[in-house]
Design a protein around this ligand. Structure first.
Ligand code: ADP
Ligand code: MG
Length: 748
């Protein structure tokens, strides 16, 4: 080994491990932080629910009765909004808003970025006499033209045609946040293409209403409308704000790009449903108050599986409203967290080695007469309806399983799917024993069992399903699309996602299956078959057909991956390639036939998906490289110098016995060497990663670029991380600059 003499300068830096000391200080402060008091509310939640929402109750108070009635028609029955009443409605809203201290208004929309967009304008206008007056006209409520050239459009709107229109969605009520009136809107291009999530979602909901109503009428002729319900369950992590600030990766990307496992994480299963820490409970109470005031019907809160992981779920609502409420709530969760000294992490996988966060989408269809179409009933007719809707839903999921996976895929959710805790990157459905048996029975029962008896009712050899079933369905946490008694739970949705993406795809697919179903039944009836027999024939055919999508076993096993491939299910795991499913001919045909999206819109959206994917990995790779070179390597080098210094001194002391000196320094020499090895790997591969980025950035096709980022850059992050995490275990704790997992993950 080369003789090493520390210079004066080196001796000085060796003694300074400021970064590490600062970290320990921050950790200490976080440890001692006290809960922030939440203002106690005297009213009951039922009293302040919807306080800041211009709901029907307020419409009745603030609108002329004719306008009120028209608004009810729009909200309840989907009647078109009559622009003639726009001024009256705007006036009523303005009066209510000003009474609540509002000075500004904004159209609030969901562009194809991840969040929501808003631009506030004041109510004030010149009054023509040198003063000001508050004004808000109908045309401002109904339509605006945000100068929106920098929202993603996937090439639909070239920069010289920057106009996009936002138009009020009267089915989602306006609400107040702070001093601003928020007006939920859709967002479209000058030429009419959707530039947001809401337009196709609303079209998909219309399509599924039409198709499901037509099938429901086979059973209950009085049905006029079918509503799609969505109950989402939002999972999230909380991290102390000062620790968060000390992690550039969390600040920039929402997840930790390095960090060795904590000795204790979730292996004791002591966090799930555990008692909620006081600081967190206050935070939850605070968000619930805000949410209830905004009409979001929060109901459930609890600890999740991973340390610092929690869940919040409201009561389900009509899907369009539920989507708005989820977007709104995610914003509230982030904002309110600051007040409590937290940062709220909605990323699907903020920490390696512990569970990620999802957003289960509980989905069901209900008729205007109050029938849940996926709930078993008491009469044979009800049960045939149940079987029909369940089987046709599964047919939709089977036919478009790759597309449904694409609808929930993102750079961040990719970490969660297939990791050993979440649904695998294969879409299948769990039905449970009872329903699976029932379908088998329906499939096999012989023709005589279904003889007509009387006109209205007919005998079916379908066993009455015990009413208990609803509570009875076995839970299978590994299934991405599970039947849970009276609904399906789409579990693969990511915590950060806009639910609209999954909901519009699922509903369009189900609309298509139901439309086909009705056509096939009608064709049999036209051929002289009775209605009941026609339904049964088609259902039976489909029960045979859907078998590959039903999987009641353990979705985490390796065995299932092989089996799924044998069954012909989509097993692709690369996000950029999964996005291809949107452009399959079967997908385009479905979206166009159901009038939800055009080929052009689908192509544009895919450009955005690939571009977003690339940018996310690019940002991760850049900040990760910076952290390696500017945070980790310098600290590690300093620590290595300490060891070298020590070895050198030992050699000085035992100058007369070099063998003894070597023996004493054996461990340190080993550490010095392994530090060098890790360091070289890190430095070499960060350079390699930069070169790969350069090469990828030169690719012009968004798809090919995303593939390059997926194949050549994302894996390097993992490979390099391994060495950084090893170094974390070697270097003096006092010198380590980044808050460690054990510090980030356990709120007191
Ligand atoms: P879990 O045991 O899966 O956490 P919860 O009882 O907490 O179930 O419910 C989860 C969500 O499912 C809630 O938002 C709830 O309102 C919703 N939900 C219940 N029934 C339905 C239904 N028929 N359709 C849609 N969502 C539903
Ligand atoms: Mg659930």
């Amino acid at each position: 080994m080369k003789k090493y003499v520390p210079s004066q300068q080196n001796r000085k830096t060796i003694n300074q491990t400021m970064a590490g000391k600062l970290r320990l200080q921050v950790v200490d402060e976080a440890f001692k932080r006290q809960p922030v008091e939440v203002a106690v509310r005297r009213e009951r939640p039922s009293e302040y629910f919807g306080k800041y929402v211009f709901n029907k109750q307020k419409m009745r108070k603030y609108l002329p009765s004719k306008a009120y009635k028209k608004m009810c028609e729009v909200i309840d029955n989907g009647a078109p909004f009559d622009r003639a009443i726009a001024d009256e409605v705007a006036e009523g809203i303005k009066t209510w808003a000003i009474e609540n201290g509002v000075t500004h208004y904004t159209h609030w929309f969901q562009p194809l970025t991840e969040g929501t967009a808003e631009k506030h304008d004041g109510f004030v206008e010149h009054d023509g006499k040198g003063g000001m007056v508050e004004e808000f006209e109908g045309k401002l409520l109904v339509q605006q033209e945000p100068d929106a050239s920098s929202f993603p459009s996937g090439g639909i709107r070239s920069t010289f045609e920057a106009r996009g229109y936002s138009a009020w969605d009267p089915t989602s009520p306006v609400f107040i946040i702070g001093d601003t009136l928020m007006i939920p809107t859709i967002f479209i291009s000058y030429t009419g293409e959707a530039l947001d999530y809401k337009v196709p979602l609303k079209k998909a909901l219309y399509a599924v209403d039409k198709a499901a109503t037509s099938v429901a009428q086979l059973f209950y002729p009085e049905v006029k409308k079918v509503v799609c319900n969505l109950g989402w369950e939002q999972e999230y992590f909380l991290v102390d704000e000062s620790l968060f600030a000390a992690r550039p990766d969390l600040v920039m990307t929402g997840r930790t790009l390095m960090g060795h496992d904590s000795a204790k994480n979730q292996q004791m299963d002591d966090h799930y449903f555990g008692s909620i820490p006081a600081r967190v409970e206050n935070y939850m109470r605070d968000i619930e108050i805000h949410a209830l005031e905004l009409g979001i019907p929060c109901k459930t809160r609890h600890n999740e599986v991973a340390p610092n992981q929690f869940e919040l779920a409201p009561i389900y609502e009509e899907t369009n409203l539920a989507v708005d409420h989820n977007m709104l709530l995610m914003g509230i969760m982030k904002r309110v967290a600051r007040k409590h000294g937290f940062r709220c992490l909605l990323h699907e996988k903020p920490f390696k080695g512990v569970n990620g966060s999802g957003k289960h989408n509980n989905w069901s269809l209900a008729t205007n007469t109050g029938v849940l179409l996926h709930a078993p009933g008491k009469t044979p007719l009800d049960n045939l309806r149940f079987v029909t809707f369940t089987v046709e839903t599964l047919k939709a999921v089977l036919d478009h399983n790759g597309l449904l996976k694409a609808s929930i895929m993102s750079a961040s959710n990719a970490h969660r799917l297939g990791a050993n805790e979440a649904p695998p990157a294969i879409i299948s459905s769990f039905l449970g024993r009872t329903v699976t048996d029932l379908l088998e029975h329906v499939e096999k029962a012989d023709e005589d069992a279904f003889k007509m008896r009387g006109k209205k009712s007919f005998k079916l050899d379908i066993p009455a399903i015990p009413e208990l079933l609803i509570d009875n369905t076995d839970r299978n946490r590994t299934s991405p699309f599970a039947f849970t008694g009276n609904r399906f739970e789409f579990r693969a949705v990511g915590s950060e996602a806009n639910c609209a993406s999954a909901m519009l795809t699922l509903n369009t697919a189900v609309a298509e299956a139901l439309t086909d179903f009705r056509e096939r039944v009608d064709a049999l009836i036209a051929n002289g078959e009775t209605k009941e027999k026609a339904i049964l024939n088609v259902v039976r055919e489909d029960i045979k057909y859907i078998k590959p999508i039903i999987f009641n076993g353990n979705g985490y096993g390796e065995e299932w991956k092989k089996e799924a491939a044998r069954r012909g299910l989509d097993c692709e795991t690369s996000a950029p390639l999964i996005f291809d499913r949107y452009l399959d001919e079967a997908s385009i045909r479905m979206f166009e036939r159901m009038k939800v999206m055009t080929r052009l819109e689908l192509e544009a959206r895919n450009e955005i998906k690939w571009e977003t994917y690339t940018k996310k990995i690019q940002i991760e790779s850049r900040i990760f490289g910076d952290m390696c070179l500017n945070h980790i390597i310098p600290v590690v080098t300093k620590y290595q110098s300490v060891l070298i210094d020590n070895v050198h001194k030992v050699m000085e002391i035992f100058a007369d016995n070099p063998e003894k000196a070597k023996k004493i320094s054996k461990e340190n020499l080993y550490l010095i060497e392994s530090i060098s090895e890790h360091e070289s790997f890190i430095i070499e591969n960060v350079e390699k990663m930069i070169a790969e980025r350069k090469a990828a950035n030169a690719i012009t096709s968004e798809r090919e670029k995303a593939i390059a980022y997926h194949d050549n850059i994302a894996p390097l992050l993992e490979e390099i991380r391994y060495h950084v995490d090893k170094l974390e275990m070697i270097v003096d704790d006092e010198a380590w600059p980044l808050p460690k997992y054990r510090e980030l993950l356990f709120i007191r």
